[in-house]
Design a protein. Structure first.
Length: 327
């Protein structure tokens, strides 16, 4: 068993690291790691339908897609993540209880009664502090989970407070649960890194053959390349989303009411129709046509609208207000 020391808190790098180790290391491995504030969405989710777009944009929060399924989660430095990557027989690879047991054992040593509940959650007094997901690749399983230790809950709630009425799709939807921080249940105070040390010490006891290592510079270079080509791209984090229909009603003081109706496939706007009680000088069909075939992404839409004066198509409407209607 390799225990891989991780210090980087960049979410794109950390998610890429999991895939790199899964596909390039032969030995079973375990890792503890943290992300700076970000949102991590499940592989099969519609990213825009899971996040509070305005809050995420205003707070400049990175959004990254992981390899495994399940729901969207908010990470910050008060959240500790753990990852197991192990070989096994195909029929025995999926085992949430097996990979969460070491965490429960550590908490029991600390005098905290925690339970495995439902399909993949860990709870304290009925409140969730850990969600878990798994991904199978060949004869290996990647199991990873969150451990809310001292996360800032208001940020968590606001970042994931998406509008459920905007989207119609077949993507996996996140299920929100009542959550708690582990730190709220401690008998004596400690910080998240001290908690991480307790888990690492327990793993070295549980696996006598465990070796603590760090990634090489060559490993880092290859992971950065994976960030460049996949985990840091719009195509993976947003464009990979399942096909969806998007609808939003935009009310403005000067321009009136506009309703935006989009059909998006592979991240590309296939059809756009704008309705409303707005006044216009020029025909809005020109705007609809200009955005057909464009990525459902702010920079791409801005570029496509460069030749147009939006306030001539929608009286007194600014480009920023128009973009608000599309997300």
């Amino acid at each position: 068993m390799l225990i891989i020391k991780r210090r980087n808190t960049d979410p794109y790098f950390n998610l890429a690291t999991e895939e790199f180790i899964l596909k390039n290391f032969d030995e079973d491995s375990f890792m503890l790691w943290r992300n700076a504030p970000c949102i991590v969405v499940g592989k099969h989710q519609n990213t825009l339908a899971e996040i509070n777009v305005d809050y995420v944009k205003h707070q400049n929060i990175p959004v990254v897609r992981r390899l495994s399924g399940g729901g969207a989660v908010f990470h910050d430095l008060g959240n500790l993540n753990f990852t197991f990557i192990q070989k096994g027989k195909q029929e025995a690879l999926i085992d949430f209880r097996k990979y969460t047991l070491p965490i429960l054992e550590v908490l029991q040593k600390m005098g905290i009664t925690a339970k495995f509940e439902g399909r993949n959650d860990l709870t304290i007094k009925g409140r969730k502090f850990s969600g878990n997901a798994e991904h199978i690749w060949k004869n290996k399983v990647l199991h990873h989970g969150t451990l809310l230790f001292s996360s800032h809950m208001p940020n968590l709630n606001q970042a994931l407070n998406a509008d459920p009425l905007k989207f119609q799709d077949k993507a996996v939807k996140s299920v929100r649960s009542r959550v708690t921080n582990i730190s709220e249940h401690l008998k004596s105070s400690m910080d998240v890194m001290q908690f991480a040390e307790l888990i690492q010490d327990h793993m070295t006891e549980k696996y006598p053959d465990a070796r603590i290592i760090e990634l090489s510079q060559e490993d880092h270079d290859k992971i950065h390349e994976l960030v460049r080509t996949k985990y840091g791209t719009w195509e993976w984090n947003f464009g990979y989303s399942p096909n969806y229909n998007f609808r939003k009603l935009l009310r403005t003081e000067k321009s009136g009411t506009l309703e935006f109706d989009l059909e998006v496939q592979n991240g590309i706007i296939q059809h756009l129709k704008i309705f409303g009680d707005y006044f216009n000088t020029l025909e809005t069909e020109e705007i609809e046509a200009a955005l057909t075939g464009v990525l459902h992404q702010e920079d791409s839409i801005r570029a496509a609208l460069q030749p147009f004066k939006i306030d001539e198509y929608f009286a007194d409407l600014t480009i920023s207000e128009f973009l608000d209607g599309l997300f």
